[in-house]
Design a protein around this ligand. Structure first.
Ligand SMILES: Nc1ncnc2c1ncn2[C@@H]1O[C@H](COP(=O)(O)OP(=O)(O)O)[C@@H](O)[C@H]1O
Ligand SMILES: [Mg+2]
Length: 259
């Protein structure tokens, strides 16, 4: 299995149009074991998407280095697949052609034509090959977007709030699908989420980030076996621990008793 990842002293500053420097990441050190599921969680605007974009090679760190399997990340490559909140499918292509698109661009379609059917089946879209994105639900479009990322056989799948726009039931369904796909294809998955429950349900490791300039506040190992029970005592303990770190645990009002 391949796909170990290392952030080594990664800093990222952005220069705004007004000429101000935005210090997005202020020194991130993180090691991700191959084959693990890591969730990044933290306040909005703290730099989670920036971390994924840097790992994807879509942008470069101001300081520090990112490695995948000891190889320096310098540009996007097929060893990393990307899935965003918006499925970003081509509306004029049917599901089959959307998923096959990457292979066609790389002139691999003739040799790997069978992959298209395999991945359509893997994400549960068999029978919908000829449908267009507007004819499918949000969850189905996100399944297609997953297949499109997986068809390149990535070592690591980078997921930026991929289930954020789905309704609660579809979302839980898709969480199970992600776990099933990960087990079948044995890859590293790194997912940004705002949903603490989702992180505890999916991850081996939860990375809690501080507000900007972001660094890692705490790394929590989830030692629960899969499949997980959301009502398990340890599950609930971890959920409240993370909410506390994020300062969202809430305060109990003092109750005045009178007899
Ligand atoms: N291209 C950019 N130019 C200027 N500022 C940016 C750019 N990309 C991100 N930022 C800023 O960096 C910070 C982190 O952004 P982001 O990684 O998108 O946060 P998150 O995904 O955690 O919500 C934010 O304050 C954002 O405004
Ligand atoms: Mg983001």
């Amino acid at each position: 299995m391949v796909g170990s990842i290392k952030f080594d002293g990664v800093k990222k500053d952005f220069l705004t149009m007004e000429g101000e420097t935005v210090n997005a990441l202020s020194g991130v050190d993180l090691e991700i074991e191959k084959g693990s599921f890591v969730c990044l969680i933290g306040p909005s605007g703290c730099g989670k998407s920036t971390m994924l974009r840097l790992l994807a090679g879509l942008d470069t760190p101001t300081e520090g280095t990112i490695y995948i399997d000891d190889k320096k990340v310098t540009r996007p490559d097929y060893d990393r697949g990307l899935v965003f909140q918006d499925p970003n499918l081509f509306p004029w292509l049917n599901i089959y052609d959307n998923i096959a698109f990457g292979l066609k661009v790389r002139k691999l379609f003739k040799d790997r034509k069978n992959d298209v059917g395999e991945f359509i089946e893997l994400v549960g879209l068999k029978g919908f090959e000829n449908s267009f994105p507007h004819q499918l639900s949000g969850g189905m479009c996100q399944r297609a977007s997953l297949a499109r990322a997986l068809i390149g056989h990535p070592q690591a799948l980078l997921l930026d709030e991929p289930l954020g726009a789905l309704d609660a039931f579809t979302r839980m369904n898709m969480q199970d699908e992600l776990l099933r796909i990960k087990k079948e294809k044995e890859m590293t998955m790194i997912m940004v989420t705002h949903d603490v429950d989702e992180a505890v349900y999916l991850a081996d490791k939860i990375v809690v980030m501080t507000p900007r300039p972001a660094k890692i506040e705490q790394i929590i190992d989830v030692r629960l076996s899969q499949p997980r029970d959301r009502n398990n005592a340890e599950f609930i303990r971890l959920r409240s621990k993370i909410l506390q770190i994020l300062d969202f645990a809430g305060k109990e009002k003092e109750v005045e008793y009178s007899i």
